[in-house]
Design a protein around this ligand. Structure first.
Ligand SMILES: [Zn+2]
Ligand SMILES: [Zn+2]
Length: 342
């Protein structure tokens, strides 16, 4: 089978390798779609924390089960989404059901090899079987959407809450989709005018601001009647943005960091204290989140297609990845592996 390895920053290599031999409890997935994530882009540029080369990227995967080493064969031929988080099942957080932040967590495509190839072997517990009617492209969107969903669940938004979402990448946009079912009072802040415009026209976001706008603070103050936000969500992973987000949080509010950056954060203690603020991180997602997101897609409560702007043929990855991810209009790009046989 064909597989693409990131040898070192900026260099992919296509190799012919053996199709994985299944161990007991594993399934063989013929990969159909691979979503490209910020993590893949950081790894390509050589600035992803905790990352080593060579590595086969790809953790936003959908495909078809073509072989199984489990007790029943009823899963053969089923469309699936892969849950790429390999949790230990034994640590304190796993025992409490928080497999998303397992102390020994390994993510496929990040800490171990992922799905930039024709096939991947996956433990049965890491498979989410799609409904027959679910689009395979949509199944590859369940992972990033579940990350947004997990963050929104942590926020526990009430009906009339003002929610500010910083960052209009795929994770921020996913957060908008899920927050919309909780409250009408959503504010989007980003510094990329293209993305702000996209969120307005495609996601119907009414209140959006440019983070570089000098009157931002006053405008948010006025819009929220001086109360600021009940919930602030970071989906930028940008230190400069995160450092100013507390200013926009109202008293009694919650601040949820879905985004991640490498450095220390400095929080003004009196500002944090007087709000009796709650600060939370939100890491990955659980199988329950995947299940909920799959349900919402099937019930057409959310449409993953709204986030997909570009596709790339698997055969083009080695030569065109750099140009592809450099496109300023890219929001979510999907690699199509199903074209390989043609
Ligand atoms: Zn991702
Ligand atoms: Zn664990």
């Amino acid at each position: 089978m064909k597989q693409i390895t990131l040898i070192k920053p900026y260099e992919f290599e296509e190799r012919n390798v053996e199709i994985p031999i299944l161990k007991k409890g594993e399934l063989l997935v013929q990969i159909k779609n691979i979503g490209i994530c910020g993590t893949d882009i950081h790894a390509f540029h050589g600035n992803q924390p905790y990352f080593s080369y060579p590595r086969v990227l790809g953790h936003e995967l959908s495909g078809i089960i073509v072989d199984a080493k489990i007790d029943n064969n009823s899963l053969l031929g089923k469309p699936v989404s892969v849950l790429p988080y390999l949790s230990c099942g034994k640590c304190n957080s796993c025992v409490r059901g928080k497999t998303n932040c397992c102390a020994q967590l390994k993510v496929m495509g990040v800490h171990v090899d992922g799905g930039f190839g024709e096939y991947i072997s996956v433990p049965v517990d890491n498979i989410m079987v799609g409904r027959e009617e679910t689009d395979l492209e949509h199944l590859s969107m369940i992972e990033p959407l579940s990350i947004s969903y997990h963050g929104i669940m942590r926020a526990d938004i009430l009906k009339n809450d003002w929610v500010i979402i910083f960052g209009a990448g795929p994770i921020g946009m996913g957060a908008i989709l899920f927050a919309k079912s909780k409250t009408d009072k959503i504010i989007l802040i980003d510094i990329n005018q293209n993305r702000i415009t996209y969120c307005k026209s495609t996601l119907g976001i009414e209140h959006s601001f440019n983070g570089n706008d000098e009157t931002l603070f006053e405008e948010i103050k006025e819009l929220t009647n001086g109360h600021f936000a009940d919930i602030v969500i970071d989906a930028t992973g940008n230190k400069k943005s995160i450092q100013q987000q507390l200013t926009f949080l109202g008293h009694g509010g919650k601040w949820i960091l879905i985004g991640l950056q490498r450095e220390d954060l400095h929080i003004n203690h009196p500002e944090f204290h007087k709000r009796e603020a709650t600060l939370m991180s939100s890491r990955n997602a659980t199988k329950h989140d995947f299940d909920q997101v799959m349900d919402k897609i099937d019930r057409k409560e959310i449409d993953p297609a709204l986030l997909i702007t570009h596709t790339l043929d698997f055969k083009e990855v080695v030569n065109s990845f750099s140009t592809f991810i450099g496109d300023q209009t890219l929001i979510k790009g999907i690699i199509k592996v199903d074209e390989l046989k043609k």
